[in-house]
Design a protein around this ligand. Structure first.
Ligand code: ZN
Ligand code: FE
Ligand code: FE
Ligand code: ZN
Length: 254
Protein backbone atom coordinates (compact mmCIF):
# COMPACT_ATOMS: atom_id res chain seq x y z
CA UNK A 1 0.00 0.00 0.00
CA UNK A 2 1.25 3.47 -0.88
CA UNK A 3 0.68 6.21 1.68
CA UNK A 4 1.83 9.77 2.27
CA UNK A 5 1.93 10.71 5.93
CA UNK A 6 3.55 14.12 5.61
CA UNK A 7 1.35 16.65 3.83
CA UNK A 8 1.09 20.38 4.57
CA UNK A 9 -1.59 22.82 3.46
CA UNK A 10 -0.11 25.78 5.36
CA UNK A 11 3.31 27.35 5.15
CA UNK A 12 5.73 28.77 4.72
CA UNK A 13 4.85 31.47 2.23
CA UNK A 14 2.07 29.48 0.62
CA UNK A 15 -1.32 28.71 2.08
CA UNK A 16 -3.57 26.17 0.37
CA UNK A 17 -6.78 26.04 2.28
CA UNK A 18 -9.57 26.73 -0.20
CA UNK A 19 -12.02 23.87 -0.67
CA UNK A 20 -10.69 23.50 -4.24
CA UNK A 21 -7.12 23.16 -2.98
CA UNK A 22 -8.10 20.70 -0.27
CA UNK A 23 -9.92 18.56 -2.83
CA UNK A 24 -6.88 18.76 -5.13
CA UNK A 25 -4.67 17.23 -2.40
CA UNK A 26 -7.01 14.23 -2.37
CA UNK A 27 -7.26 14.02 -6.16
CA UNK A 28 -3.48 14.14 -6.53
CA UNK A 29 -3.10 11.38 -3.94
CA UNK A 30 -5.50 9.14 -5.84
CA UNK A 31 -3.92 9.91 -9.20
CA UNK A 32 -0.57 8.73 -7.79
CA UNK A 33 -2.07 5.48 -6.53
CA UNK A 34 -2.11 6.33 -2.82
CA UNK A 35 -4.64 4.71 -0.52
CA UNK A 36 -4.06 6.94 2.46
CA UNK A 37 -2.78 10.44 3.23
CA UNK A 38 -2.01 12.15 6.49
CA UNK A 39 -2.17 15.91 6.83
CA UNK A 40 0.63 17.00 9.16
CA UNK A 41 0.30 20.73 9.59
CA UNK A 42 3.16 22.48 11.40
CA UNK A 43 2.16 22.95 15.04
CA UNK A 44 2.79 26.69 14.88
CA UNK A 45 0.09 27.06 12.20
CA UNK A 46 -2.51 25.21 14.21
CA UNK A 47 -4.00 28.35 15.70
CA UNK A 48 -5.12 29.10 12.15
CA UNK A 49 -6.19 25.66 11.00
CA UNK A 50 -9.47 23.79 11.07
CA UNK A 51 -9.00 20.07 10.31
CA UNK A 52 -12.74 19.68 9.92
CA UNK A 53 -12.52 21.51 6.57
CA UNK A 54 -10.14 18.84 5.30
CA UNK A 55 -12.42 16.04 6.49
CA UNK A 56 -15.41 17.63 4.74
CA UNK A 57 -13.54 17.57 1.42
CA UNK A 58 -12.18 14.09 2.12
CA UNK A 59 -15.72 12.72 2.27
CA UNK A 60 -15.97 13.37 -1.47
CA UNK A 61 -13.19 10.77 -1.97
CA UNK A 62 -14.39 7.66 -0.15
CA UNK A 63 -11.70 5.50 -1.78
CA UNK A 64 -9.01 7.55 0.02
CA UNK A 65 -8.32 7.29 3.76
CA UNK A 66 -7.56 10.72 5.15
CA UNK A 67 -5.86 11.14 8.53
CA UNK A 68 -5.14 14.32 10.43
CA UNK A 69 -1.94 14.76 12.36
CA UNK A 70 0.63 17.40 13.13
CA UNK A 71 4.34 18.01 12.63
CA UNK A 72 5.70 19.36 15.88
CA UNK A 73 8.86 21.45 15.86
CA UNK A 74 10.82 19.75 18.63
CA UNK A 75 13.14 21.81 20.80
CA UNK A 76 14.49 20.39 24.07
CA UNK A 77 12.71 22.19 26.90
CA UNK A 78 9.42 22.52 24.99
CA UNK A 79 8.15 19.12 26.20
CA UNK A 80 5.50 20.36 28.65
CA UNK A 81 4.15 22.90 26.19
CA UNK A 82 3.99 20.25 23.45
CA UNK A 83 2.30 17.78 25.78
CA UNK A 84 -0.43 20.32 26.60
CA UNK A 85 -0.88 21.17 22.91
CA UNK A 86 -1.29 17.49 21.96
CA UNK A 87 -3.59 16.70 24.85
CA UNK A 88 -6.12 19.23 23.61
CA UNK A 89 -6.44 17.71 20.12
CA UNK A 90 -7.52 14.30 18.80
CA UNK A 91 -4.75 13.64 16.28
CA UNK A 92 -4.33 10.44 14.29
CA UNK A 93 -0.55 10.78 14.39
CA UNK A 94 2.18 13.12 15.59
CA UNK A 95 5.48 13.73 13.81
CA UNK A 96 8.35 15.08 15.89
CA UNK A 97 10.87 17.01 13.81
CA UNK A 98 14.06 18.87 14.64
CA UNK A 99 14.45 22.05 12.57
CA UNK A 100 16.75 23.98 14.91
CA UNK A 101 19.80 23.23 17.02
CA UNK A 102 20.69 25.42 19.99
CA UNK A 103 18.69 28.29 18.49
CA UNK A 104 20.12 27.78 14.98
CA UNK A 105 17.28 27.23 12.52
CA UNK A 106 19.15 25.38 9.79
CA UNK A 107 16.80 24.15 7.05
CA UNK A 108 15.98 27.16 4.89
CA UNK A 109 18.10 28.86 2.21
CA UNK A 110 18.41 32.00 4.28
CA UNK A 111 20.07 29.98 7.07
CA UNK A 112 23.08 28.95 4.96
CA UNK A 113 25.46 31.81 5.96
CA UNK A 114 25.04 30.84 9.62
CA UNK A 115 26.61 27.43 9.02
CA UNK A 116 29.96 29.24 9.05
CA UNK A 117 29.55 29.65 12.82
CA UNK A 118 29.49 25.88 13.32
CA UNK A 119 31.93 23.04 13.08
CA UNK A 120 29.97 20.52 11.01
CA UNK A 121 30.72 17.43 13.08
CA UNK A 122 29.66 19.29 16.20
CA UNK A 123 26.49 20.51 14.49
CA UNK A 124 25.58 16.94 13.46
CA UNK A 125 26.28 15.69 16.97
CA UNK A 126 24.08 18.38 18.51
CA UNK A 127 21.36 17.74 15.92
CA UNK A 128 21.20 14.02 16.64
CA UNK A 129 21.21 14.72 20.35
CA UNK A 130 18.02 16.76 19.83
CA UNK A 131 16.52 13.92 17.75
CA UNK A 132 17.36 11.47 20.54
CA UNK A 133 15.66 13.75 23.08
CA UNK A 134 12.59 13.93 20.82
CA UNK A 135 12.45 10.13 20.81
CA UNK A 136 12.92 9.88 24.58
CA UNK A 137 10.20 12.49 25.22
CA UNK A 138 7.46 9.96 24.44
CA UNK A 139 5.47 12.69 22.71
CA UNK A 140 5.68 11.43 19.13
CA UNK A 141 4.66 8.57 16.85
CA UNK A 142 7.04 9.35 13.98
CA UNK A 143 10.44 11.04 13.81
CA UNK A 144 10.40 13.39 10.79
CA UNK A 145 13.11 13.61 8.11
CA UNK A 146 15.67 11.79 10.24
CA UNK A 147 18.83 13.23 8.66
CA UNK A 148 17.53 16.67 7.65
CA UNK A 149 20.81 18.18 8.88
CA UNK A 150 22.45 17.07 5.60
CA UNK A 151 20.13 19.35 3.58
CA UNK A 152 22.80 21.82 2.38
CA UNK A 153 25.58 19.29 1.83
CA UNK A 154 27.75 20.24 4.78
CA UNK A 155 29.65 17.01 5.44
CA UNK A 156 31.04 16.10 8.87
CA UNK A 157 34.55 14.74 9.28
CA UNK A 158 33.27 11.89 11.40
CA UNK A 159 31.16 9.18 9.81
CA UNK A 160 27.57 10.43 9.59
CA UNK A 161 26.16 7.03 10.55
CA UNK A 162 28.21 7.03 13.75
CA UNK A 163 26.99 10.53 14.58
CA UNK A 164 23.39 9.39 14.08
CA UNK A 165 23.82 6.39 16.33
CA UNK A 166 22.54 7.92 19.63
CA UNK A 167 19.36 8.99 17.84
CA UNK A 168 18.87 5.55 16.27
CA UNK A 169 19.33 3.87 19.64
CA UNK A 170 16.77 6.19 21.26
CA UNK A 171 14.24 5.74 18.43
CA UNK A 172 14.63 1.99 18.55
CA UNK A 173 14.34 1.84 22.35
CA UNK A 174 11.22 4.04 22.28
CA UNK A 175 9.58 1.84 19.63
CA UNK A 176 9.12 4.87 17.35
CA UNK A 177 8.55 4.93 13.63
CA UNK A 178 10.56 6.91 11.08
CA UNK A 179 9.48 8.18 7.68
CA UNK A 180 11.14 7.93 4.30
CA UNK A 181 10.67 11.56 3.28
CA UNK A 182 11.07 12.38 -0.42
CA UNK A 183 11.38 16.16 -0.05
CA UNK A 184 15.17 16.12 0.19
CA UNK A 185 15.25 15.08 -3.47
CA UNK A 186 14.29 18.67 -4.27
CA UNK A 187 16.78 20.27 -1.89
CA UNK A 188 20.52 20.85 -2.52
CA UNK A 189 21.39 17.43 -1.04
CA UNK A 190 19.19 15.69 -3.65
CA UNK A 191 18.60 12.66 -1.46
CA UNK A 192 15.84 11.05 0.54
CA UNK A 193 15.65 11.54 4.31
CA UNK A 194 17.09 9.26 5.52
CA UNK A 195 19.66 8.23 2.91
CA UNK A 196 20.29 4.64 1.99
CA UNK A 197 22.91 3.77 4.62
CA UNK A 198 20.86 5.19 7.47
CA UNK A 199 17.67 3.58 6.15
CA UNK A 200 19.37 0.19 6.03
CA UNK A 201 20.57 0.67 9.59
CA UNK A 202 17.03 1.53 10.73
CA UNK A 203 15.77 -1.62 9.08
CA UNK A 204 18.47 -3.66 10.78
CA UNK A 205 17.31 -2.26 14.14
CA UNK A 206 13.69 -3.16 13.36
CA UNK A 207 12.51 0.47 13.34
CA UNK A 208 9.15 0.72 11.50
CA UNK A 209 8.80 3.01 8.51
CA UNK A 210 6.15 5.18 6.91
CA UNK A 211 6.35 7.28 3.73
CA UNK A 212 5.98 11.03 3.28
CA UNK A 213 6.39 13.70 0.61
CA UNK A 214 6.48 16.76 2.88
CA UNK A 215 4.30 18.35 0.16
CA UNK A 216 3.57 22.02 0.72
CA UNK A 217 1.42 22.21 -2.43
CA UNK A 218 -1.56 20.12 -3.58
CA UNK A 219 0.21 18.82 -6.69
CA UNK A 220 3.20 17.57 -4.69
CA UNK A 221 1.23 15.02 -2.68
CA UNK A 222 2.75 11.58 -3.13
CA UNK A 223 5.72 12.97 -5.03
CA UNK A 224 8.24 10.10 -5.50
CA UNK A 225 6.51 8.01 -2.84
CA UNK A 226 6.45 5.04 -5.22
CA UNK A 227 10.22 5.32 -5.65
CA UNK A 228 10.59 5.65 -1.87
CA UNK A 229 8.60 2.45 -1.41
CA UNK A 230 10.94 0.68 -3.84
CA UNK A 231 13.99 1.91 -1.91
CA UNK A 232 12.43 0.79 1.36
CA UNK A 233 11.81 -2.62 -0.16
CA UNK A 234 15.44 -2.82 -1.27
CA UNK A 235 16.50 -1.92 2.30
CA UNK A 236 14.51 -4.92 3.55
CA UNK A 237 11.22 -3.30 4.55
CA UNK A 238 8.07 -5.27 3.74
CA UNK A 239 5.55 -3.24 5.78
CA UNK A 240 4.56 0.40 5.97
CA UNK A 241 3.12 2.07 9.05
CA UNK A 242 -0.29 3.76 9.07
CA UNK A 243 -1.95 5.60 11.94
CA UNK A 244 -5.40 6.18 13.32
CA UNK A 245 -6.15 7.70 16.73
CA UNK A 246 -2.43 7.47 17.44
CA UNK A 247 -2.50 3.69 17.01
CA UNK A 248 0.02 2.28 14.57
CA UNK A 249 -0.77 -0.49 12.08
CA UNK A 250 1.66 -2.19 9.74
CA UNK A 251 0.35 -3.03 6.28
CA UNK A 252 2.12 -4.59 3.28
CA UNK A 253 4.43 -2.17 1.50
CA UNK A 254 4.18 -1.43 -2.22
ZN1 ZN B 1 7.06 23.18 6.25
FE1 FE C 1 9.93 19.50 8.95
FE1 FE D 1 6.96 19.03 6.98
ZN1 ZN E 1 8.93 18.49 7.49
Amino acid sequence: MLVDYHVHTLGHDTFHRSDEDLALYCQTALSRGLKEIGFAEHDYYYFDFDPERILVQARRFPELNVRVGVEVDFVPGREAEIRAFLKARPFDFVIGSVHQVDGFSFDEERDIPKYAEWETTDLFRRYYSCVAQAAVSGLFDIIGHLDLIKIFNFVPLQDALELAWPALAAISAAGLCIELNTNGRYKPVRDFYPGQALLTECRRLGIPLTLGSDAHQPTDVGREVRLAAALAWRAGYRKVATFSNRKRSLVPLG
